[in-house]
Design a binder for this molecule. Structure first.
Ligand code: PLP
Length: 463
């Protein structure tokens, strides 16, 4: 290998400066993403993380209110998960000639903590892959083809999950997607009833609270009605609890708020304790048996090379144990109520905040469209960009000036998501509220920064 082909090492990566990260990412991963993040001031080089805190290369401390989009319910680098990984470090990580022992134990534990008679699991390595698995399970079980899904819902970006993700921007460039996927408005039980009458669907897939759609809670009773409608039509009810699971919304799983048990529950993100990559679904023994049988001819239809491997399953076993032992759900309920109340106070103060909503520590702060800041930014071509990236600009400001990390929700960029680890302290919640307060009170100079940032981002996009 010649001089120009020199490989970089882990140590090289550890030593990288902010500039080197940016250049290498730009050249070898995604130039547009690198440019955008740099323009929005979202290219800080973080080198250490623990609990709710992360540190940059200069030793500055930040509070993480993005929380890995719901993957960091336990916080960064929870010692119990790391300890579990140490315990298995000399075991085979995967061995296809044996049964995956740790996956079996993890499935046993999930069956104990999920509601109703959910019992049998299948494991993979990500959320989107788990969604694919759940959709296939529904087809196998019902013998039917169609899927009903919600506009604004987000289930991932592989072909199947994208087909049931209700955002045209993400779907259209990849069409044709899988046929027979019918979108309906979220939270509208009548629309679901009509769709079920018209299409003999294999499943209705839905998030108990829309995460990427902008932290939207359905009307009370909606999930119960969905349960009733699906049960009467032999349509599987699939709850995607990838973002809402493991205590995030104040109950262990968000469906418990209405006392509903789905036929299939999809899990990922915090299942891995913020450290290991694992996803999967849990369903009833009856559904698993009818779909994939107990006979050997279907035994190889479910597989995923890394799914439920020793590291991911052991990490997940430890993560689940922490969630239960530390009663993170109750912590989320109590801290979330406190946080929401404080944010409501800000809403009274600043017209730029259109809405504050959420449950537990799944919180969204929606920015006003057409009022104040957006009006100012909406002149001509800046309008589109500002509505897409305003919350990121605010995120960039919060990060640089107040050292609080936030991001927007993918399907609704006007909403700032606030999903800190459930172990966040009351002082840290106060600090974040105070940071928003200071930022919005500096409205005028911030407008200037946002406009400048919008303009330069725009010009680089059209270059
Ligand atoms: N489903 C929901 C509700 C999600 O929030 C996400 C990711 O944000 C996914 C599915 C996709 O998960 P992944 O990014 O692990 O593929």
């Amino acid at each position: 290998m010649g001089e120009s082909k020199k490989l970089l090492s882990v140590d090289d990566a550890l030593r990288f400066s902010r500039k080197e990260v940016l250049e290498t990412y730009k050249n070898y991963v995604h130039p547009g993403r690198a440019t955008l993040q740099a323009l929005l001031n979202l290219d800080t080089n973080f080198v250490r993380a623990e609990g709710c805190k992360v540190w940059d290369e200069d030793g500055n401390e930040y509070l993480d209110f993005v929380g890995g989009y719901g993957s960091l319910n336990l916080g960064h680098n929870h010692p119990a998960v790391i300890e579990a990984l140490h315990k298995v470090e000399s075991a085979p990580v995967m061995l296809q000639t044996a049964l995956a022992k740790f996956a079996a134990v993890l499935a046993h534990n999930l069956a104990q903590i999920t509601p109703g008679d959910l019992q049998n699991c299948w494991f993979c390595s990500s959320g989107t892959e788990a969604v694919e698995g759940a959709l296939k399970l529904a087809r196998m079980y019902t013998g039917k083809k169609d899927f009903i899904y919600c506009l604004g819902g987000f289930h991932g970006k592989t072909m199947g999950s994208l087909s049931v993700t209700g955002k045209k921007k993400y779907q259209e460039p990849f069409e044709p997607l899988i046929p027979g996927c019918i979108p309906i408005p979220y939270g509208d039980a009548e629309a679901l009833e009509k769709a079920l009458k018209k299409h003999d669907a294999a499943a209705f897939i839905v998030e108990p609270i829309l995460g990427e759609g902008g932290i939207i809670l359905p009307p009370e009773g909606y999930l119960k009605e969905a349960r009733r409608l699906c049960s009467s039509g032999n349509t599987l009810l699939i709850f995607d609890e990838i973002q809402t699971g493991f205590g995030r919304t104040g109950t262990l799983f968000a469906c418990e708020h209405e006392g509903i048990v789905p036929d299939v529950m999809i899990l990922a993100k915090s299942l891995g304790g913020g450290i290991v990559a694992i996803g999967g679904y849990i369903t009833t023994a009856a559904i698993m048996k009818k779909a994939y049988g107990s006979s050997i001819d279907k035994a190889t239809m479910l597989s995923s090379t890394f799914g439920g491997n020793t590291h991911s399953a052991a990490g997940a076993i430890a993560a689940v144990e922490v969630v239960v032992r530390e009663n993170l759900a109750r912590q989320a309920a109590e801290k979330g109520a406190y946080f929401l109340n404080k944010l409501q106070g800000l809403k009274e103060k600043y017209s730029i905040i259109k809405d504050v909503r959420g449950r537990g520590l799944l919180v969204g702060l929606e920015l006003a469209e057409g009022g104040g800041l957006l009006d100012f930014l909406s002149a001509g071509s800046v309008k589109k960009l500002s509505s897409e990236f305003l919350s990121s600009m605010i995120g960039g400001e919060l990060q640089q000036k107040y050292r609080v990390l936030t991001l927007f929700t993918l399907n609704n960029p006007n909403v700032i998501r606030l999903e800190p680890p459930l172990t966040v302290s009351y002082e840290q919640l106060d600090y974040a509220v105070d940071a928003f307060d200071k930022l919005f009170s500096r409205h005028k100079s911030f407008l200037k920064i946002a406009l400048e940032s919008g303009k330069s981002a725009l010009s680089s996009f059209f270059r």
